[in-house]
Design a protein around this ligand. Structure first.
Ligand SMILES: [Zn+2]
Ligand SMILES: [Zn+2]
Length: 132
């Protein structure tokens, strides 16, 4: 996969971010990633020692924990590519519910619940994948 910023190098950083109701994935090479934000440098150095949150593999994806972001806290979550794709798929599938009629507190509760479910789902998914 090619870096979507310079279109020259291999993309090794896969960032997941939530913007309003939409979830975005950006694929960048390490250089463009480090240049993309002041936090990225810190993130890149943290990633070197990090392990995938779910399977303990080499993380090649990271992003701000979406729940933490909703609550205004910056918390980084490290996942390997297969785990982050599955996590993304799961969360996106469940975010389709209409939340616009809910109050902010109810939306927050919903996201908190979803975060917990996604966590559980990922641990099951990883153990199923491991036994295959
Ligand atoms: Zn690049
Ligand atoms: Zn993993």
């Amino acid at each position: 996969m090619q870096c979507e910023s310079c279109h020259q190098q291999e993309a090794t950083c896969h960032l997941i971010s939530i913007d309003g109701d939409a979830m975005h994935t950006r694929n960048l090479c390490a250089e463009c990633f480090e240049a993309s934000s002041p936090d990225a440098r810190q993130f890149a150095s943290a990633q070197r020692d990090a392990r995938c949150e779910y399977c303990g593999g080499q993380p090649c994806a990271g992003g701000t924990d979406f729940l933490a972001m909703v609550m205004g806290v910056q918390k980084l979550k490290f996942m390997c590519l297969p785990c982050s794709m599955e996590h993304n798929r799961y969360v996106q599938g469940h975010l389709r519910e209409d939340t616009s009629r809910l109050s902010q507190q109810e939306q927050l509760d919903l996201l908190q619940e979803l975060n917990k479910k996604a966590d559980q789902h990922m641990r099951q998914w990883v153990s199923r994948r491991g036994s295959r």
